[in-house]
Write a protein that binds this ligand. Structure first.
Ligand code: SF4
Ligand code: SF4
Length: 475
């Protein structure tokens, strides 16, 4: 009896505390209550993977940054691999892979990416954590916002915005550091000698982080993020989402200490704690909402309430629509969507692995000059011109030879001896022209197949061939 009385008293306190919790309509700042729980811990864990973002630019691999998007040099360093513009198809596969992963995860478990990994929600969570530490809990923050300006309010707001700016600055510098030498960049910023573009990138990132995570917060999820709009076509009745069990919860109603109608009510005591902790201000009890980022924080909140009222946890839980209607779900791997997404995913992964494993150290592209297709020289021989681009993707200079072989005729290279030993500078593309000649009598056809080969001298295992054609007069 005393236990029941205690529960009722604490619930009355709870109802008093949650008077302000209501569904977000976008007209005011949401001050979500922060509560401990399983999903809160999971969120911290997944958010911590973003620490890799801050560490990434400072890792070294050989004599350069492990991850460096070298835009002026037109190449990307990803640990040991150097990706050139010629290998950009792998980037397309990577984008397909990321998109399919997102689609697949959404089909199975809704917007878990949004709830646990998205930079917008992660940075917003860090910003609101700072806010909570400085300004107090949700009720105190709401009161502080409404209070007249005082020394205490100015102190708290100044400290909060200073820390927000610090996080924004670190975010901006870290992002910029992926595109240039990280240590030189820090030096440039600290000595005010960084190039103009580095300052522009930093300013954009500081402004973006500060405004989006500090002020716009959940409004980005509601109004700017296209993913929220298309999620409805990616989830289906099999998707497992944080769901309010209305069979169990309804009819909802407040619990009173001398309640006589407790037996006729559902398990939801209408405390609105699930709304109060929701970072996007959604009422999960109203069904699937495009504002729900499936973070599961309302599950933690409701579980703590169920504990208080002595009812089983799980009034809000990860559940599919079908499961709610009593249907048992087939295994995930038997669902057509999952099979389709998995197949595309595996194809993309295979393509990327194949691409990384077979990036040629030296690449050759050859364009046969078409104007004119051939020239007749004063000694009667036929000459064709070719423009060659040879790319040395390695980190060291490479001595190579260039030779030609024809399917018929006496096709040979002009100044052949010169091309027997040429140097391709490390990490550079070398453009040059060559001329091939043949006597008309030796040519059996108008077009003769030719094969140009670059053979490594520094590294004899380098062999790159390119098929082209030698054009002569009509036969
Ligand atoms: S669903 Fe749970 S947390 Fe939400 S109002 Fe009902 S009892 Fe409270
Ligand atoms: S409704 Fe629940 S799961 Fe959805 S965003 Fe709000 S707290 Fe997270």
């Amino acid at each position: 009896m005393s236990q029941n009385r205690k529960s009722a008293d604490s619930l009355e306190d709870l109802y008093a505390d949650t008077l302000h919790y209501h569904v977000n309509t976008g007209g005011e700042t949401i001050h979500a209550k922060r509560m401990p729980g399983r999903f809160r811990n999971l969120k911290w864990l997944t958010m911590s993977t973003w620490l890799a973002f801050f560490i990434g630019p400072y890792l070294q691999w050989g004599d350069h940054q492990a991850i460096l998007f070298d835009i002026p040099g037109r190449k990307f360093h990803l640990f040991g691999a150097t990706i050139w513009p010629q290998d950009i198809w792998m980037l397309s596969l990577l984008l397909i892979l990321l998109a399919i992963t997102l689609f697949g995860v959404t089909a199975v478990a809704g917007r878990v990416f949004c709830g646990y990994f998205c930079f917008q929600t992660v940075w917003t969570d860090v910003f609101t954590w700072i806010e909570d530490k400085i300004e107090g809990n949700a009720i105190q923050r709401r009161r502080l916002d409404k209070a007249a300006w005082s020394a205490d309010k100015i102190r708290k707001k100044t400290l909060k915005h200073s820390l927000w700016l610090l996080v924004s600055i670190l975010t901006g510098i870290t992002f910029a550091a992926y595109f240039t030498d990280a240590f030189e960049l820090w030096n440039g910023y600290l000595t005010f000698s960084a190039p103009y573009i580095a300052w522009v990138v930093l300013a954009l990132f500081i402004a973006g982080t500060y405004i989006l995570a500090g002020f716009m917060r959940e409004q980005v999820c509601f109004w700017l993020c296209p993913y929220a709009r298309i999620q409805s076509v990616m989830v289906d009745k099999d998707s497992i989402l944080p769901t309010y069990d209305y069979h169990r919860g309804e009819p909802r109603g407040k619990v009173k200490s001398k309640s006589s109608d407790a037996a006729t009510k559902g398990d939801c005591i209408d405390c609105k704690m699930c709304v109060g902790v929701c970072p996007t201000g959604v009422d999960i009890r109203e069904g699937l909402s495009e504002g729900c980022i499936t973070c599961g924080l309302c599950i933690d909140a409701c579980d703590s309430i169920m504990d208080k009222v002595g009812k089983p946890k799980g009034l809000i839980r990860y559940l599919s629509h079908k499961e709610m209607d009593g249907v048992t779900l087939p295994p995930v791997f038997k669902r057509p969507r999952v099979i389709t997404y998995s197949t595309i995913f595996m194809l993309a992964v295979t393509g990327i692995i194949y691409g990384l494993a077979t990036i040629p150290p030296v690449e050759l592209s050859i364009v046969h000059s078409r104007q004119p297709l051939f020239m007749r020289m004063s000694d009667g021989s036929i000459q064709n011109k070719y423009t060659i681009k040879a790319v040395n993707k390695l980190e060291t200079d490479q001595r190579v030879s260039l030779t030609v072989k024809s399917s018929s005729g006496d096709v040979h290279m002009v100044k052949e001896a010169y091309f027997k030993d040429i140097t391709l500078k490390a990490g550079k593309m070398v453009p040059f022209s060559i001329f091939l000649q043949a006597t008309p009598a030796s040519l059996e056809h108008e077009n003769t197949d030719v094969q140009l080969t670059i053979q490594g001298i520094t590294q004899p295992d380098i062999t790159v061939t390119y098929d082209s054609v030698f054009v002569g007069p009509k036969k």
